[in-house]
Ligand binder design. Structure first.
Ligand SMILES: Cc1cc2nc3c(=O)[nH]c(=O)nc-3n(C[C@H](O)[C@H](O)[C@H](O)COP(=O)(O)OP(=O)(O)OC[C@H]3O[C@@H](n4cnc5c(N)ncnc54)[C@H](O)[C@@H]3O)c2cc1C
Length: 172
């Protein structure tokens, strides 16, 4: 029930009708969201749906951890990333915060490309300082949880810990 899906369905329906084709449409990955303040963006399945089906790893990174959030004064929000422990692929991403509908598209692209979380965390060098980097930080946190990259002494501390710079979170 989204413009991009409706348009795609219409094109295929028209093509099948006029050309006698039998093409079907599979809505494999459909990022969507709402242009509220702050925005919300979503792709894939929720944490509840994921846990019902399989063992998964979940990370929630607050926008306050983003240098861009601090620079622009948009520290409200967070990004939840859900990854399958079996395949290490992204199952879903759910974001509330500045530019969330834009940001969620990077997670959607990773899902469609079949990228594993370690590739999203390490191989893709996302521009700095950006809101999109929140997906990279969440991927990095999950990669550490899954033991794909070593634990960094600056990450994962309690609330009494001084806030580590985004660079420290990334460079681990
Ligand atoms: C307030 C609102 C905000 C939205 N915001 C977004 C957004 O930001 N992004 C997004 O992706 N999606 C958004 N959507 C959803 C999006 O608009 C729909 O998913 C999309 O328009 C569906 O396209 P459609 O062609 O299937 O149906 P529609 O666009 O509803 O088109 C159906 C057409 O058929 C006509 N019709 C119905 N019955 C008959 C009949 N018996 N005879 C002849 N004509 C008929 C209707 O008049 C209408 O023109 C929003 C929807 C609403 C209501």
């Amino acid at each position: 029930m989204l413009v991009q899906s409706a348009t795609h369905e219409a094109e295929i329906a028209a093509e099948n009708a006029v050309l006698g084709g039998r093409r079907a449409l599979r809505h494999a990955v459909v990022p969507h969201g709402g242009f509220t303040d702050p925005e919300y963006g979503s792709v894939g399945i929720t944490e509840v749906e994921a846990r019902r089906k399989q063992d998964c790893a979940v990370a929630v990174v607050p926008y306050a951890d983003l240098d861009r959030g601090i620079i622009d004064g948009h520290q409200v929000g967070s990004c939840k990333l859900i990854v399958s422990r079996a395949t290490q692929c992204v199952l879903g991403a759910h974001i509330v915060g500045e530019q969330a509908v834009e940001v969620v598209q990077i997670a959607a692209t990773a899902m469609r490309a079949g990228m594993c979380v370690e590739q999203l965390a390490d191989d893709l060098e996302l521009a700095y300082p950006t809101f999109t980097a929140v997906v990279g930080l969440a991927a990095r946190r999950i990669s550490r949880t899954l033991g794909l990259i070593p634990l960094a002494s600056t990450e994962g501390g309690g609330s009494e810990r001084l806030r580590a710079a985004e660079w420290a979170l990334r460079s681990g």
